[in-house]
Design a protein around this ligand. Structure first.
Ligand SMILES: NC(=O)c1ccc[n+]([C@@H]2O[C@H](COP(=O)([O-])OP(=O)(O)OC[C@H]3O[C@@H](n4cnc5c(N)ncnc54)[C@H](O)[C@@H]3O)[C@@H](O)[C@H]2O)c1
Length: 340
């Protein structure tokens, strides 16, 4: 059993990573500043998986706070998920994004190096790929993020590459997520955005729950089979298990290198197909209208997941039906029980 610090551990992906770590026999320690989450989800999870430590409230830009945590807690490895993630917001507030995501990560890495904690998995994003590059994206596809958010992710990747090259103690994996969706099958954790959701699945769930009147589909004139945008939706529990797999291969990464792997399914799903699957699986009609394209959206984003399969020995196992069923189980319950 290893002791794993999970930054952003009370967020959407973080809570699912906590569950996967616990299921794999690790001891997970969530760290968060609660800027986009609350301790409540991790506490609910602790009711069913007691091996998870209570969440620690620290901002990752607080080096002294991190140092004091690392002095009192033995940590074998870190899964780094803390960050701001809204593309549109990053265009309006780039300095806030660079300060939080880039400066925050630098501060975290400094505190970890001081404490000799040098096993590190970073949650990056498919948005680092250039929209002009090949699709499905392999790890060799051209990078070229188009938003400040995407650039913070790519900058952190480069900082990690430089850090590994400079100091042979480090073992670092970078995981590029495609479109995480769905929820833990227990229904106690899931995606819970504040305000109007940016991502499709929580938007669909809000309409299903009667909290929003209709879903807006941004564009039906893309060069895709049904005209709506195509994405690679990956069940968040599959994604979380990808982190456990990455931890398992960290020691084998040669000094000086960073292992970079896509976490996706390799199957593109259109907006229309996702909505129709949700309706069929859950027996709920989703009111919708088509509006014009959203600036910055691309027609298709899809992973080539072969490298993760061969190098991490990991593969997404859950279906689109599972994603739709599990997302709604959580959304329905969180609306009924008025979870924060
Ligand atoms: N959800 C997605 O679609 C997606 C896709 C690709 C990559 N990612 C990346 O995965 C990571 C997790 O995303 P998520 O969907 O769980 O988002 P989330 O907002 O639910 O979780 C991120 C967590 O980080 C915390 N946080 C932010 N800044 C912090 C700071 N300075 N110190 C401590 N904690 C801080 C937030 O409070 C939140 O709990 C992010 O880095 C995000 O960029 C997410």
């Amino acid at each position: 059993m290893s002791r794993i610090l999970v930054t952003g551990g009370t967020g959407y992906i973080g809570t699912h990573v906590l569950a996967a770590l616990s299921e794999a026999g690790h001891h997970a320690i969530p760290l968060d500043n609660f800027s986009n989450s609350s301790p409540a989800a991790a506490e609910r999870l602790r009711e069913i998986t007691p091996r998870i430590a209570p969440p620690v409230e620290i901002d990752m830009r607080d080096r002294l706070g991190l140092a004091s945590l690392l002095a009192r807690e033995k940590v074998d490895a870190v899964i780094h998920l803390a960050g701001l993630k809204a593309v549109g917001e990053s265009v309006e507030q780039p300095l806030r994004y660079y300060d939080n995501n880039v400066r925050g990560t630098v501060t975290l890495l400094q505190a970890l190096a001081d404490a000799n904690v040098t096993r590190f998995v970073f949650g990056s994003s498919a948005t680092v790929y250039s929209p002009e590059g090949t699709t499905p994206s392999t790890e060799q596809s051209a990078v070229g993020p188009t938003s400040p958010y995407g650039r913070t992710k790519r900058l952190v990747e480069q900082i990690l590459e430089d850090t590994a090259a400079a100091d042979p103690r480090w073992r670092i994996a970078v995981l590029r997520y495609f479109n995480p969706a769905g929820a833990h099958s227990s229904g106690v954790i899931g995606e819970h955005p504040r305000g109007v959701p940016n991502n499709l699945m929580p938007y669909v769930c809000r309409v299903a729950a009667g909290q929003l009147s209709r879903l807006q589909i941004f564009g039906n004139d893309y060069p895709t089979p049904d005209g709506t945008g195509v994405r690679d939706y990956i069940h968040v529990c599959d994604l979380a298990e990808g982190h456990v797999a990455a931890l398992g291969v960290l020691e084998g990464i040669p000094a000086g290198e960073v292992l970079t792997a896509n976490l996706g399914t390799g199957r593109g799903v259109s907006v229309k197909e996702l909505i129709e699957t949700f309706e069929r699986v859950n027996g709920i009609a989703i009111a919708r209208e088509t509006v014009s394209r959203r600036p910055g959206d691309v027609a298709v984003y899809c992973a080539n997941p072969e490298f993760a399969q061969s190098r991490l020995g990991w593969k997404a196992r859950r279906s689109l039906e599972d994603i739709c069923r599990d997302a709604w189980r959580y959304a329905e319950r969180s609306a009924r029980e008025k979870w924060p």
